[in-house]
Write a protein that binds this ligand. Structure first.
Ligand SMILES: [Zn+2]
Length: 327
């Protein structure tokens, strides 16, 4: 039997889909109307949905118009109620045998957890400045709600860099509680500053901004959500220097055309030798169909061996989360 060597794709097994259990590191507990009034159509990949824009128009209106007249194969429609969104999401988790790290607000997580207690790992959504709170309050919330991950930490959407000193006390708490953190670094929706995130900044996607944090808090267990795309070289440099650092794929497989995602993002990280620290993440929000789509795109990557897929879909997340490996 041939075994995959780190960084060396095993082309002999590249057409075998992975069908075992999956850990989705990046699932959102959203309300049905979180992205606008449902049902909302959604086309992927999103980078090519609107290919040019004249600033005489308003970006928000152009986006809304485009979603009124969707023109794509495999159109996804968002469920109309919270109950239906939860039900369809759980249906996807069951169909694909997924355990998902579920990022949400503490008041809404229980609605999801009770729908499928064994399918979710509760994760606390956190962003400054809105979630600024005394450290003992955050500790109490984490303990009272059995929170296993702090994330998605969405400071970038609010113009706050990963190394902002305002986060120090929270990093300290994460180390003290030995709880992993998951930080958003990467692109938001196209035209994010014109879609309700006026302080979103591209420059804060850069993983180099984590350097002081990882240096100062060497016990911190951190995953970079969306792997700081498209700053791949910077991400690889950070994974090289900070061997504790993991990444999740966070929906980027359906953000860009998959040939680009494969060739310049996923393949590059795998070839650099980091196939043991890349974790699957669907970034499913209001469209549960994104979960199956995300799985298919990883399974269809022509350069991944079955062993590498198994690492990405399950083993790496199980190790990062320190779960008991069930297989
Ligand atoms: Zn994100």
């Amino acid at each position: 039997m041939q075994t995959a060597v780190i960084g060396q794709p095993d082309e002999s097994k590249n057409n075998v889909p992975y069908t075992g259990p999956i850990i989705d590191m990046h699932l959102h507990a959203y309300h049905a109307d979180a992205n606008g009034p449902p049902p909302l159509p959604f086309c992927v990949p999103i980078s090519t949905m609107i290919q040019h824009f004249d600033p005489k128009d308003t970006w928000m209106e152009v986006v809304m118009k485009a979603s009124e007249n969707p023109n794509c194969e495999g159109l996804l429609l968002s469920p109309e109620t919270d109950e239906e969104l939860i039900k369809q999401t759980v249906g996807q988790l069951q169909k694909h045998n997924i355990t998902a790290v579920l990022s949400g607000e503490v008041d809404f997580l229980p609605d999801w957890l009770k729908a499928a207690p064994n399918r979710f790992i509760p994760s606390l959504k956190f962003s400054l400045p809105a979630d600024e709170m005394p450290i003992d309050s955050l500790e109490a919330i984490i303990k009272a709600n059995n929170i296993k991950v702090i994330g998605e930490i969405g400071n970038q959407y609010h113009g706050i860099a990963a190394n902002d000193p305002g986060m120090d006390k929270y990093w300290e708490l994460a180390v003290k509680l030995d709880i992993p953190v998951a930080v958003h670094l990467g692109s938001g929706p196209p035209g994010a500053p014109y879609l309700g995130f006026p302080n979103y900044r591209v420059k804060f996607s850069n993983p180099l901004q984590l350097e002081e944090v990882l240096n100062k808090y060497s016990g911190l267990r951190m995953s970079v959500m969306h792997y700081g795309e498209p700053f791949i070289d910077e991400m690889i440099a950070m994974m090289y220097t900070y061997p504790q650092l993991y990444v999740d794929l966070g929906g980027i497989m359906w953000t860009y055309p998959k040939a680009y995602f494969y060739e310049y993002h996923l393949k590059k990280m795998v070839l650099a030798g980091y196939g043991k620290r890349i974790m699957f993440g669907s970034d499913s929000m209001n469209w549960p169909g994104l979960i199956g789509k995300s799985i298919d795109i990883i399974n269809e990557a022509p350069f991944l061996s079955l062993a590498q897929k198994e690492d990405i879909f399950y083993n790496n997340a199980a190790r990062f989360l320190r779960l008991e490996i069930k297989k």
